[in-house]
Design a binder for this molecule. Structure first.
Ligand code: DGL
Length: 273
């Protein structure tokens, strides 16, 4: 029988820092795996751009990771998962995993009332991808979706703490229809949004379950890689490398917020596309 071991790294990418929420979960679940993270920080945000531009950027991100000899890719970006996952799956030879299906599964198993909210970027919400998958799996769900275009720039600037008047104001405006609709489960359909969990929870109250799309994706990827015999089987700690398309210093400072660990010296600036 084949050894079922693959020493190549796993690739993870996002438009910026948000995918680190998936990266953090992957590192916790698979401590022995080598992982390459690409944050396209020079071109973030993607969620306000056209489908064509997002698809072009996504292809270039994948081509970069392919050159790092990855064995599988995690599209740790709700926006790219919503508008480019099929294209990437068709164009690249390795398994490509998005965040939407895992988040949908997690939300459906969490909800008791079937009343679910979805937050995402403009492109994600306009694509209707979450709604389609939720309704296909459970036609009787009640859904309320809201695009939150100001969240990504605020998170990328570290404006995430409860008590920060800017983020509190924006959260109360964007989430008013969600609170009104009485959801019991809310999908944070953009991988940046878990950084806002404290502020969002405070606004909606503790009875609403928040689903992190990045963490849900990481959990599913672990199962998939295990089943496919693609894990590297080592006990030693994996090597983690971070690539960004804008300044290293800015990324290093904020990455510690997402990862709860220092990544100084592990980040490299690269050109993509
Ligand atoms: N983290 C990305 C997502 O999940 C952010 C998108 C953006 O760059 O606007 O959608």
């Amino acid at each position: 029988m084949a050894a079922n071991i693959d020493k190549r790294p796993i690739g993870v990418f996002d438009s910026g820092l948000g995918g680190l929420t998936a990266m953090a979960a992957l590192m916790r679940l698979l401590p022995g795996e080598d992982i390459c993270y690409l944050g396209d920080t020079g071109r973030v945000p993607y969620g306000v751009r056209s489908r064509e531009t997002i698809q072009k950027y996504a292809r270039q991100d994948m081509q970069f990771l392919e050159r790092q000899n990855i064995k599988a890719a995690v599209v740790a970006c709700g926006t790219v998962s919503a508008v480019a996952l099929e294209q990437l799956t068709a164009e690249f030879d390795i398994p490509v995993y998005g965040v939407i299906e895992p988040a949908v599964r997690a939300a459906l198993s969490a909800t008791k009332t079937g009343n679910i909210g979805i937050l995402g970027t403009e492109a994600t919400i306009a694509s209707g991808a979450y709604e389609r998958q939720l309704r296909t799996a459970r036609p009787e769900v009640t859904l309320t979706s809201v695009a939150c275009p100001l969240f990504v720039p605020l998170v990328e600037n570290g404006r995430v703490s409860p008590g920060d008047v800017v983020i509190e104001t924006i959260v109360s405006e964007y989430l008013a229809p969600i609170r009104q609709s009485g959801v019991d489960t809310l999908i944070l359909g953009c991988t940046h949004y878990p950084l806002l969990e404290a502020v969002i929870s405070r606004f909606l109250g503790p009875s609403v379950t928040l689903i992190s799309s990045g963490a849900a994706a990481a959990a599913l990827v672990v199962n998939e890689l295990t089943d496919a015999g693609l894990l590297n089987g080592q006990n030693a700690d994996g090597i983690h490398r971070y690539f960004v398309t804008d300044s290293v210093a800015g990324f290093e400072r904020l990455a510690s917020l997402f990862l709860q660990q220092d990544v100084s010296g592990e980040v490299e600036q690269v050109i993509v596309g």
